[in-house]
Write a protein that binds this ligand. Structure first.
Ligand SMILES: [Zn+2]
Length: 124
């Protein structure tokens, strides 16, 4: 399932980030639990944020992020108009050039799920 692999990738990244932090942190600064994960979902990922959230609840069980809130934002996508060369960003899946109205738009990415920030607990 596409959603599950996106969420698993995100969780792996979160765990790695926490481990790296904890490796250098003093005992009081170590992260014990992740409260919230804020991420951005590409416009072209064809995934419903709600599906991600329910996947996350299952996969996060027994990890540092067990019970954490997953906040999913839409990532702005950078586009280039092939007709007039204009560059712009969109946050909705609706593509025409704001400068010339052309629909010959080229864009990069917009498929993945990106980790933006974490809210964490340092107390048991
Ligand atoms: Zn244009």
């Amino acid at each position: 399932m596409h959603e599950a692999s996106l969420v698993q990738g995100l969780l792996n990244l979160v765990e790695r980030t926490v481990e790296e932090h904890n490796a250098q942190a003093s005992e009081e600064q170590k992260i014990r639990h992740v409260q919230e994960i804020i991420c951005e979902l590409g416009l072209y990922s064809c995934v419903e944020p709600r599906t991600l959230t329910s996947c996350f609840e299952l996969l996060a069980e027994n990890t540092l992020a067990d019970g954490a809130q997953l906040t999913v934002r839409k990532a702005p996508l950078t586009c280039h108009c092939q007709d007039c060369g204009n560059s712009f960003t969109v946050t909705e899946r609706q593509f025409h050039c704001p400068a010339c109205g052309g629909e010959n738009i080229h864009f990069d990415g917009g498929h993945g799920l990106m980790l933006i920030s974490l809210r964490v607990d340092t107390e048991e």
